[in-house]
Design a protein around this ligand. Structure first.
Ligand code: NAD
Ligand code: WQD
Length: 352
């Protein structure tokens, strides 16, 4: 069986870390990315870290002809599909762009996969599909709802994957629902490199720490949480990357152990949370960052950010039971590794 994996969006934050984890486990990686939110330098650094040149194809998931060329000349076990746009605020301003890129792009990819009879997919979904959760921790059977086009694009793709699995039971469609990915590779060589002012908490904190931004605004101090600030399930990107390897291993075992009479036993649509199962408040994260790095993070409390929820953390049981995966790294590791990346690369991949 081939061990080649097509990684769409593999030049991005989570994708680049996952390429390393895949290589370390013996998978062969081909990255397909249009570089709309990433740079070649990330791929160069991944190649240096693994001591081998990663095959990189610059292309768009909406370009069926280009995808056909990729599938014609190579034999893949499956696809890990990270490619997508992810800024919630931008999605409200540009909904057509988000639906086109994230939904139409995924349909296009699935159609080409079907043409080439590649039926194993690991899709980047998000805890955002749970909306404002009714109960905590959030398990995979919790109701889904979304309030912005970005979230809606993820939920729509999940529905498409569900329908596809019903229509044809040879598909294996794993939707990994990430909670809040943070941190960087322990080398400090790759990490999160937002284009503009960061929307997310951890890159904002680290840019304040390195002096690029003056002060963190903490959005809300009156939530019904431990200290009034929002609570999230922060997960180290290295753990997250490992979760993708575990999902692929699961699919490989399943497909290789299947006897001809078992052919109908595919996973169909399989949603799995990737989180630590532990909630940390915004203020706790800020304090942990200071404790670990010695950097003071000037901050002020401002009003709540529209669309934010009070608390969100995963039940991580399904990933453990089914994939044998659980998060290993601590909040201190997340802060330490973020800081190593940020301090060594104050301007991200443009630093050197
Ligand atoms: P990222 O922006 O760093 O990576 C996404 C990559 O996809 C980028 O390299 C970008 O250039 C590429 N891309 C975008 N549109 C493309 C297209 N049409 N064709 C080819 N390539 C395209 O983001 P990330 O944080 O690494 O996220 C990866 C995936 O995980 C995304 O689908 C995102 O929605 C999802 N996700 C991210 C988070 C998070 O907080 N980072 C949380 C949950 C889910
Ligand atoms: C975390 C907490 C903020 C910035 C988003 C997406 C979600 C998923 C992950 C992709 C909240 C607070 C933040 C700041 C702050 N992405 N905060 N000051 O909102 O949980 O999730 O990223 O799928 O879809 O919505 O993450 O990092 O933006 O915020 O106080 O400058 O930090 O209010 O409580 P969020 P976040």
């Amino acid at each position: 069986m081939t061990n080649k994996i097509l990684v769409t969006g593999g030049a991005g934050y989570i994708g680049s870390h996952t390429c390393i984890a895949l290589h370390e486990t013996g998978y062969e990686v081909v990255v397909y990315d249009n570089l709309s939110n990433s740079s070649r330098e990330a791929i160069n650094r991944v190649s240096t870290l693994i001591g081998q040149t990663i095959e990189f194809i610059e292309g768009d998931i909406r370009d069926a002809e280009m995808l056909r060329q990729v599938f014609t000349s190579r034999e893949f076990f499956g696809v890990i599909h990270f490619a997508g746009l992810k800024a919630v605020g931008e999605s409200v301003a540009k909904p057509l762009l988000y639906y086109n890129n994230n939904v139409s792009g995924t349909i296009n990819l699935l159609e080409v996969m079907a043409e080439y009879n590649i039926k194993n997919l690991v899709f980047s979904s998000s805890a955002t599909v749970y909306g404002d959760p009714e109960s905590l921790p959030i398990d995979e059977n919790s109701p889904r709802s979304c309030t912005n086009p970005y979230g809606q694009s993820k939920l729509t793709v999940e529905h498409i994957l569900e329908d596809l699995a019903v229509s044809d039971d040879s598909w294996n469609l794993v939707a990994l629902r990430y909670f809040n990915p943070v941190g960087a590779h322990s080398s400090g060589q790759i990490g999160e490199d937002p284009n503009d002012i960061p929307n997310n908490l951890m890159p904002y904190i680290s840019q304040v720490a390195v002096g690029k931004l003056k002060k963190l605004s903490i959005f809300g101090d009156d939530y019904p949480t431990i200290d009034g600030t929002g609570v999230r399930d922060f997960i180290h990107v290295t753990d997250l990357a490992q979760g993708h390897v575990s999902a692929l291993n699961y699919l490989e075992q399943l497909t290789s152990s299947r006897s001809p009479s078992d052919m109908a036993k595919s996973v169909g649509f399989l949603p799995i949370n990737l989180g630590t199962g532990k909630g940390t408040s915004v203020l706790e994260l800020v304090n942990a960052f200071t404790e670990v790095t010695g950097r003071d993070i000037p901050h002020q409390f401002t009003g709540r950010r529209a669309g934010d929820i009070a608390s969100c953390y995963a039940s991580a049981d399904k990933a453990k039971t089914l994939l044998g995966w659980q998060a290993e790294l601590s909040i201190a590791d997340m802060c330490q590794d973020t800081w190593r990346w940020q301090s060594q690369n104050p301007s991200g991949y443009n630093s050197h």
